[in-house]
Design a protein around this ligand. Structure first.
Ligand code: ACM
Ligand code: ZN
Length: 543
C-alpha cells in the first residue's frame, strides 16, 4: 500500500470538523453497528475525485462508479494522490491488519468521504451503505448525509433462498434478486435448482435432465386438494399450458460471477433422495419402481425417489455433482434431504437388500447411509454438504452442516452435536407465507403468517444453547418457495421488505434493534425501492 503521510491524522480529524448531532433518521438498512450523525451534507458531483491508494480495491471502486453512472449519468475520475482542492472519496486500508474482512469504517464530512476497510467485502458493504445514503433525485449533484460509521456483521451466514423450480425466473431476474441481497449485505444466495416440478441446471453428461426434466406438461391451478382418506383429490384443475426453463452452464457461470462481484456466494441445491421426480422423469432407471414418470404438475411431494439400493444411482448423482461443483466455487453444496417419502424404499427389494447388507435398522438409517455416501464423495472434492433438517434422522453425516426449517429443534440438536447450522425456521423465515392477516387483501400464498415485525424480532441463536454451542449457529436465511409465486413481481412482493427486516437480524447488534426505528428508516429507504421499480409489500407504510 502506498502510504499517504498523515493518513492517521486525516482519519482522526475527519469527523471532528462536522456538526455532530444526537440522531437523525437515515435510510440505512441494515443499521450499522455504530453511527454518529451530523446535520451536514456532502455534495457529490462529476468533479468529485476518487483517491485509491491500493489497486486491490479497484473492483469495488468500479462497482461504485458503475452505480453512479447507471443511476446519475456520470463517472468519477480515479487518482492515487489527494487533490489540493475540491471534494473527494478516499479509499484506504487500516494501518494494521486485524483479519476482519467484512468490517468497514465510513466517515463523511462536507469535503471528504473516507472508507477504511481491510477486505474487499468490507469496502463493498461500505459502498452499499453509501449508495443508500445518496439522494434519490437524478440531478447532476448527489446529496449525501454526513455520518461516521464503524460497521461489522453479527453473523457469517446471511442467506436468502429462491426456488426456481416450481416457477422459473430468468437470468436477469435472478440477477435483480442478487442485487437486492447485495443492497442488504447478505452474503449467501441459496439457489434451489432441482425439484419434483422442474430440473433447472444444464448437466452435459445427462442432457435429458433439461430436455425432459426442465419441462412439465401443465400446472395445477390453485391449491391441490385431498379427499377424506388423505388421497390426492381427482378434482384438481390444471391449466393445460406447458411450462419450463433452465439455466445453461454459461448462464450459471454468468450468475456466479455476478454474485461474486457483490461478495455473495451461490450455494446450489441439488435435491436428493426425495423431491427428485423431474430427474426421474428423465432417467427413471434411478428410481425404486423404475416406472414411467412425468415431471410433477402439482404442488406437494412426489412419491417415487432415488433408489438407495442401486449403485448406479450414486454414480449418476456423483456425475451430476461433479459438473455442479465445477460451476460453483463456494464451499457448500446443498443436497436437499427433506421430505423424502420412504414408502418406496420399504417395498423396494434393492433398498431392502441394502439395509440388510449395511445392517441398517430402518429407512431413516438408509437415508443417513445415502447422505453419508454422497458426503464422502463431496468431501473428496474438497467441498462440504449442507442439508435440510431431515438429514438428522438416522444420524447426521459426519461433516454435514444443517438447515433447520421445521422449527429450531433440528438446529439445536445439530449444534449440540457440534455441527454447523443455518437457522431458517418456517416461522418466521418462510417468505412464501402471508404477511398480513387479512388474506382477502393478499395474493394467494402457501399459508402461514409471517408479518414483518415477526421477521424483525427473530433471533437466530436459541437461548437454550450454551455460549460454546451457540458458536455453531452460522446465521439464518429467508426462503422464497414459489409454488404460488408465478412471476418475478410476486417474488418482489413476498420478499420485500421482509428481506430488509431479516438483514437487520443478521447484521445489526441485537441490542441496537428497534422495530419502530426500523420502520422509520424503511419509510425513507422505500423511496430507493420505488426508484428501483421493486413491487414491495406496503403494509408498513400505514404504521
Ligand atoms: C422445505 O421447506 N421442504 C425445506
Ligand atoms: Zn430402491
Amino acid at each position: 500500500m502506498k502510504k499517504i503521510p498523515g493518513l492517521i491524522i486525516l482519519i482522526a480529524i475527519t469527523f471532528s470538523a462536522v456538526a455532530q448531532i444526537e440522531t437523525r433518521v437515515l435510510p440505512i438498512i441494515p443499521l450499522p453497528r455504530k453511527v454518529k450523525y451530523s446535520s451536514d451534507d456532502f455534495v457529490l458531483t462529476n468533479k468529485t475525485i476518487i483517491v485509491l491508494t491500493n489497486d486491490k480495491f479497484k473492483p469495488e471502486v468500479d462497482y461504485l462508479n458503475n452505480y453512479i453512472n447507471t443511476n446519475y449519468g456520470f463517472q468519477l475520475p480515479i487518482t492515487s494522490v489527494l487533490p489540493t482542492d475540491g471534494n473527494y472519496i478516499f479509499v484506504t486500508q487500516p494501518d494494521f491488519e486485524a483479519g476482519f474482512m467484512e468490517n468497514y469504517d465510513l466517515s463523511i464530512n462536507q469535503n471528504q468521504i473516507l472508507f477504511v476497510a481491510e477486505g474487499n467485502a468490507g469496502l463493498f458493504y461500505g459502498i452499499e451503505t453509501l449508495i443508500q445514503l445518496m439522494s434519490i433525485e437524478k440531478t447532476p449533484e448527489i446529496k449525501i448525509s454526513c455520518v461516521q460509521i464503524n460497521d461489522a456483521p453479527r453473523y457469517q451466514w446471511r442467506g436468502m433462498h429462491l426456488d426456481c423450480c416450481r416457477h422459473f425466473f430468468t437470468k436477469d431476474e435472478v440477477k435483480k434478486y442478487i442485487d437486492y441481497l447485495a443492497m442488504y449485505k447478505f452474503n449467501v444466495f441459496h439457489w434451489h435448482l432441482t425439484d419434483d416440478q422442474g430440473w433447472r441446471i444444464e448437466v452435459k453428461k445427462y442432457p435429458l435432465l433439461t430436455k425432459i426434466g426442465s419441462q412439465r406438461k401443465e400446472t395445477i391451478i390453485g391449491k391441490p386438494a385431498w379427499d377424506k382418506n388423505g388421497k390426492p383429490s381427482t378434482n384438481d384443475k390444471y391449466d393445460g399450458i406447458s411450462y419450463g426453463g433452465f439455466y445453461t452452464q454459461e448462464d450459471i457461470k454468468e450468475i456466479v460471477t455476478y454474485a461474486q462481484v457483490r461478495h455473495i456466494t451461490v450455494v446450489p441445491e441439488i435435491e436428493m433422495p426425495g423431491h427428485s421426480l423431474a430427474a426421474l422423469a428423465s432417467y427413471p432407471q434411478y428410481s425404486c419402481s423404475g416406472g414411467h414418470f412425468e415431471t410433477f404438475t402439482k404442488w406437494g411431494v412426489a412419491d417415487d425417489v432415488f433408489c438407495a439400493g442401486n449403485d448406479s444411482t450414486f454414480l449418476f448423482i456423483q456425475n451430476v455433482l461433479t459438473e455442479v461443483m465445477e460451476l460453483f466455487p463456494g464451499k457448500y453444496i446443498h443436497i436437499g434431504g427433506d421430505e423424502c417419502l420412504k414408502d418406496r424404499w420399504k417395498v423396494c427389494p434393492k433398498c431392502q437388500k441394502r439395509m440388510k447388507d449395511e445392517k441398517l435398522n430402518d429407512e431413516n438409517e438408509l437415508q443417513s447411509y445415502f447422505i453419508t455416501r454422497i458426503e464422502k464423495f463431496v468431501n473428496s472434492k474438497g467441498k462440504q454438504i449442507i442439508g435440510w433438517d431431515e438429514i438428522l434422522e438416522g444420524g447426521l453425516a459426519p461433516n454435514a452442516a444443517l438447515m433447520s426449517w421445521r422449527g429450531t429443534e433440528g438446529g439445536i440438536s445439530a449444534a449440540k452435536q457440534k455441527h454447523l447450522v443455518v437457522m431458517t425456521p418456517g416461522k418466521p423465515c418462510y417468505f412464501d407465507h402471508y404477511q398480513s392477516k387479512d388474506k382477502s387483501k393478499e395474493p394467494l400464498a402457501i399459508g402461514g403468517f409471517n408479518p414483518l415485525d415477526s421477521v424483525y424480532a427473530y433471533d437466530p441463536t436459541p437461548k437454550n444453547l450454551s455460549e460454546e454451542e451457540g458458536k455453531y449457529i452460522m446465521g439464518a436465511q429467508g426462503n422464497v418457495w414459489t409454488e404460488y409465486i408465478t412471476d418475478f413481481s410476486k417474488v418482489q412482493y413476498m420478499s420485500m421488505p421482509r428481506m430488509a427486516a431479516l438483514s437487520e437480524v443478521l447484521w445489526t447488534p441485537k441490542e441496537k434493534k428497534n422495530y419502530k426505528e426500523f420502520i422509520a428508516r424503511l419509510k425513507l429507504h422505500s423511496k430507493l425501492l420505488d426508484k428501483m421499480g421493486v413491487n414491495y409489500a406496503k403494509q408498513f407504510l400505514l404504521k
